[in-house]
Each structure stands twice: as structure tokens, then as C-alpha cells.
Design a protein around this ligand. Structure first.
Ligand SMILES: *Cc1c(COP(=O)(O)O)cnc(C)c1O
Length: 361
């Protein structure tokens, strides 16, 4: 078996020890005599898996008592609608657009109420994060929505906007569990799990309790934070297997990576290898502004579309997979989530040096 370095933006690499454990437990998990994939979600065995997943996630992120944790389906994109449906009491929300996903969230919310764009980074092709403060937010807005890490453009907030009493809602799909985060600063945090947590099919939603219970009566029950949280994510069949893998990933971060502090140190060291190289030469350019650089997604270009294409192709042939940039940015993007080992980044940099020598501009 030869495993490649997979730089995909998502679904993406999972930690090898997690997959080895899942593989060992594939046919028979514990004493259950069956695979987690075959278990009833109402069985004591699965109840224990989901309870442990929640417990570990709460410990990792130090989630305060007054927050609910939900393991749902539908991806982060379903939350683009669920958030306005659940949180718009006055029918007003303020949005910050810093890339494609926050723009999608902004557009979806417009179906449900009066939505204001408070700031956007579109003027400089989403290479930075605008500064947001209370004065920009409508005092009667029900919430402010941001996307904390911009997967396509490779930027991340280097601060948590102060929205005063107005709940801050953040899509943290592509940076979840990459470092510690003060959950108490947010009203809602949500993430599609396929970037940094588990296989596709699981969405994690963390909601402050006092925001639950104000949805209109005609909200679909599968979007209603009240019914979903009251039923402990089991109003219907939850995505059982991705929840089990998420539990293993949480355990891996806690016991093998030193928790989120350890994870952050590792991620900083890892992305530094790539950014230091990018800053040391002029063959490749990284468009994101330095102070807003993401630890997880690193876009870069050669400035020549043909060379970019050749790079992605040659990289793929050399075991560096899925490094082609998003079609809206072009060039390359190395997504280096938690599970990417530092050797993968070191070897990528060696490959980049070699490619630059062999393909002069
Ligand atoms: C990938 C991604 C999404 C879309 O997630 P789905 O789970 O596919 O709906 C939304 N937001 C961000 C920041 C992402 O990276």
C-alpha cells in the first residue's frame, strides 16, 4: 500500500492512526459483534459512541455548559439556511463576505429576511479580512455572520470581531480544531466535518442555549435547533459512522497531539515550512496578505496559467495529490489540515524547488 500526500481542500486526509484503529474495528467494534455501520443508533453501544464524541469535543474546545453540541447532516451549506431560520427573531441579520462560502451564506440568508452586507473583501479579491467593530453592526440585528477561515482564498480572521450583545455566528468548517478557540465569544459555530474532523456526511453545530427556541412554527423539523438538540442529535438517524470517526479524531488530538494547544503548535510549524519557502523566492507568489494567512489552506501561483497546470499535473505524478487551486482563484492550493504530516509539507517544498529549477519562466 502506497499512501500519497493528499492536499485536497475536502474531503481530505484523516490521521493514519485513526484509520488504522477504524480498520481494526471495522468488522467488530468492542464486544458488539458488529461494525459501527451496522449498529442501531438507539443501541447502548452507539449511545456510548456519540456520548463520548460529545464529551471529548467539549473537553477539547472547553465548550461552556450553556452550549448545545449537535451532530447533524446536510453539510455546512444546510446551516446557511438553518442559521437565519433559527436566529432571525426580528428578521434582520448582518453578514461579512470574505470569500465564496460566506457569500453563499449571505445569499441564502436573503431568502429569510432583511440581510445587510456590513463588510466585504471582494475589492482586493478576498486576499484580506476586513476589520469589523460594533459601530458597523445594526443594533437590532439578530446576529452577525462570518466565515472564520476562507478555504478557497486561504485567509483567516486574526481576531474575533467584537459584536457586543449581538450573537456572532461563524462557519469554521476549514479551521475547526486546528487551534484553541474561545467558544464563549460565539452564539453559533458550525462546521462540515470533511475538512478537519471526519468523513463527509457530518456537520457539527455548537449553539448557545438561549438562542434556541425562537424559530417560526413552520421551520422544517430537521432544521430546528430545538427539536434537534432536545433529541440529542437523534431526532432521526444521525450519520453514525462519521460520528464514530470524529470520536476517534478527537481522541487522537487529545491523546497524541497534545490537545488543541499541541495541534496549534504543530500546525504553525507545518505551515511555516511552506510560507517561509514562499517568502524566500519569487518563482511562486502567495496572494493572501501575510497577517491574514490561513494555517490550513495555502494558495499560491506561478503567474503563468500553463506552468500552474503543469505544476498540478507533475505534482500529482509525484504523489502530491489534489493541489490544483479552486477554479475561481486558479494556481495551486495546498490544504494542510490537522492530519497532514509535516513531512508532506517538507517534501512538497522540495518538489516546488525542483519544479522551479526545471521549468524556468
Ligand atoms: C467546504 C466548506 C463549506 C461547504 O461545506 P459543505 O459541508 O460541503 O456544505 C462551507 N464553508 C466552508 C468554510 C467550507 O470550507
Amino acid at each position: 500500500m502506497k499512501r500519497v500526500y493528499n492536499f485536497s481542500a475536502g474531503p481530505s486526509m484523516l490521521p493514519l492512526p485513526v484509520m488504522e484503529r477504524a480498520s481494526a474495528e471495522m468488522m467488530c467494534c468492542g464486544d458488539s459483534g458488529m461494525s459501527v455501520m451496522e449498529m442501531s443508533h438507539r443501541s447502548p453501544e452507539f449511545e456510548q459512541i456519540i456520548a463520548e464524541a460529545e464529551e471529548r469535543l467539549r473537553r477539547l474546545l472547553s465548550i461552556p455548559e450553556n452550549y448545545k453540541v449537535m451532530f447533524l447532516q446536510g453539510g455546512a451549506s444546510t446551516q446557511f439556511a438553518a442559521v437565519p431560520l433559527n436566529l432571525m427573531r426580528n428578521g434582520k441579520a448582518d453578514y461579512v463576505v470574505t470569500g465564496q462560502f460566506s457569500n453563499k451564506a449571505y445569499k441564502e440568508a436573503q431568502k429569510f429576511g432583511d440581510v445587510k452586507l456590513v463588510a466585504s473583501s471582494a475589492d482586493r479579491n478576498h486576499t484580506y479580512i476586513p476589520f469589523i467593530d460594533r459601530s458597523m453592526i445594526r443594533p437590532d440585528a439578530d446576529y452577525v455572520h462570518i466565515c472564520f477561515n476562507n478555504t478557497i482564498y486561504g485567509t483567516k480572521y486574526n481576531y474575533i470581531p467584537d459584536t457586543g450583545d449581538i450573537p456572532l455566528v461563524a462557519d469554521f468548517s476549514s479551521c475547526a480544531l486546528s487551534e484553541p478557540l474561545d467558544v464563549s465569544k460565539f452564539g453559533v459555530l458550525y462546521a462540515g466535518a470533511q475538512k478537519n474532523i471526519a468523513p463527509a456526511g457530518l456537520t457539527i453545530v455548537i449553539v448557545r442555549e438561549d438562542l434556541i427556541g425562537f424559530a417560526p412554527a413552520n421551520i422544517p423539523v430537521m432544521l430546528d435547533y430545538k427539536s434537534l438538540s432536545e433529541n440529542n442529535s437523534m431526532y432521526n438517524t444521525p450519520p453514525c459512522y462519521p460520528i464514530y470517526i470524529a470520536k476517534l479524531v478527537f481522541e487522537w488530538i487529545e491523546t497524541q497531539m497534545g490537545g488543541l494547544e499541541g495541534m496549534k503548535a504543530y500546525n504553525q510549524k507545518k505551515c511555516k515550512v511552506l510560507y517561509d519557502y514562499l517568502d524566500s523566492q519569487d518563482y511562486y507568489t502567495a496572494p493572501a496578505e501575510k497577517e491574514f494567512r490561513s494555517m490550513m489552506n495555502v494558495p499560491f501561483v506561478t503567474g503563468n496559467a500553463d506552468l500552474d497546470k503543469l505544476f498540478a499535473k507533475t505534482a500529482g505524478e509525484n504523489g502530491f495529490k489534489n493541489i490544483k487551486g479552486h477554479r475561481s482563484v486558479g494556481g495551486m492550493r495546498a490544504s494542510i489540515y490537522n492530519a497532514m504530516p509535516i513531512e508532506g509539507v517538507e517534501k512538497l517544498v522540495e518538489f516546488m524547488k525542483d519544479f522551479a529549477v526545471k521549468n524556468p519562466k
